[in-house]
Design a protein around this ligand. Structure first.
Ligand SMILES: CCC(=O)SCCNC(=O)CCNC(=O)[C@H](O)C(C)(C)COP(=O)(O)OP(=O)(O)OC[C@H]1O[C@@H](n2cnc3c(N)ncnc32)[C@H](O)[C@@H]1OP(=O)(O)O
Ligand SMILES: O=CC(=O)O
Ligand SMILES: [Mg+2]
Length: 350
């Protein structure tokens, strides 16, 4: 384990110093773009203004014979669009550490568009050793190519070993931005018996005891992902990182996507992946606080200007802890309001 005073030192001579605090950004959705698809890539300049993060995906979902085209397509789309102008983040998901593409992914992307890249998403992270490797390599590449701003790292939590090591992954480097739950790979890694990408499963339920009269027994579906999301959120928040829900695969079921996103939001996640344009509006709806909740949160903050004491509002006790809860909601509402004039009006924040 490094000494705290060495934790923030750049890992290569000439590399930018790591951030002490994460830049504060609204990241309601990480929108996945297949960069080898010319038609979708051509829409990126227009798309960039409508989402918080555009991610060029190089890993799973890109056929093997299109890996190089995807990498080149990502570089082209990064060069063609001014993401910073709309405050949109530019991320890429690189191939896995044990794949034949990862070195070229990082070498070509950092050398050509390193200064435009905000975050590298790393799939199938198993433990802190994976982060240390990427951290060192990025520092060397940043130094070699004169990159001015540190490129952050976002881990996908999608293997059983990764979940077992989630705390160590979260605290592995000051380069860590956050983590996303990858329910598809995680289900396979754990031997879960489902072919779904995220969401619930009708067979995962609890059932009430039998009754004397033999009446039908009540039964309710449970949340397959509760444990993992809670574990990921705790690991992230304990280390000042952001947690995200990952993909929801059934594009035809907006209600189920919304329910999955909302559970993640309530549990502490900052956003989710959007894989299809029809999931963007869902993410915008979910990952912004409810106006009525914001109005109540404002009343709590105003009732205790220094954040201490105990007061009653509408019959509900408020104190230092509920003030902090309210602050989470008001701070997020302010961030959303900066980007969304309609919601800004609805929130009516001063
Ligand atoms: C499960 C574990 C994981 O790793 S998830 C992350 C990896 N998967 C991905 O990145 C998939 C990203 N999405 C896609 O590639 C496409 O949405 C796929 C799945 C191929 C479906 O596309 P398609 O058959 O064209 O759908 P569609 O006809 O309903 O599309 C309607 C219009 O929207 C476009 N579109 C589609 N996806 C995107 C996207 N991600 N970003 C921007 N635009 C997209 C389509 O091109 C289509 O446009 P048009 O109406 O034909 O002009
Ligand atoms: O990469 C995401 C997943 O669910 O697997
Ligand atoms: Mg995956």
């Amino acid at each position: 384990m490094k000494l705290p005073r060495r934790f923030f030192q750049p890992l290569a001579t000439g590399a930018p110093a790591p951030f002490r605090e994460l830049p504060v950004k609204l990241e309601r959705m990480i929108h996945f773009v297949p960069p080898h698809n010319d038609k979708v890539r051509a829409r990126v300049p227009e798309l960039a203004a409508t989402v918080d993060v555009v991610l060029g995906n190089l890993e799973d979902a890109v056929p093997v014979d299109q890996k190089e085209a995807a990498r080149k397509g990502f570089v082209a789309m990064a060069q063609a669009t001014d993401f910073a102008a709309s405050g949109t983040g530019l991320w890429t998901r690189i191939n896995a550490l044990n794949s034949p593409w990862i070195l070229d992914d990082l070498f070509e992307i950092v050398s050509q568009v390193g200064d435009k890249l905000d975050v590298v998403m790393v799939p199938k992270v198993e433990g802190p050793w994976d982060i240390h490797y990427i951290d060192q390599l990025l520092a060397q590449l940043e130094a070699k190519h004169g990159v001015k701003k540190p490129i952050l790292v976002h881990a996908i939590l999608e293997t059983a070993e990764g979940v077992a090591n989630v705390d160590a992954i979260a605290s592995a480097s000051p380069r860590m931005h956050g983590m996303s739950l990858g329910p598809a790979d995680l289900a396979a890694s754990r031997g879960m018996k489902t072919t779904r990408v995220g969401g619930g499963h009708p067979d995962y339920r609890v059932i009430a005891d039998p009754t004397q009269d033999g009446a039908a027994r009540a039964s309710a579906q449970q949340d397959l992902w509760h444990y993992t999301i809670a574990k990921m959120v705790d690991a992230c928040m304990a280390n000042g990182l952001k947690a995200f829900y990952g993909p929801f695969g059934d594009f035809s079921d907006g209600d189920a996507c919304e329910a999955q996103f909302r559970n993640a939001f309530l549990m502490g996640c900052a956003g989710a992946w959007t894989l299809h344009p029809n999931q963007v509006a869902i993410a915008k709806r979910v990952f912004a606080p409810d106006p009525a909740e914001v109005a109540f949160a404002v009343r709590i903050v105003e009732a205790m200007p220094d954040g201490t004491g105990a007061v009653m509002l509408d019959g509900k006790m408020q104190d230092d802890a509920t003030w902090k809860q309210a602050k989470v909601i008001v701070d997020l509402a302010r961030l959303v309001a900066e980007k969304d004039p309609e919601l800004a009006k609805t929130y009516g924040l001063k």
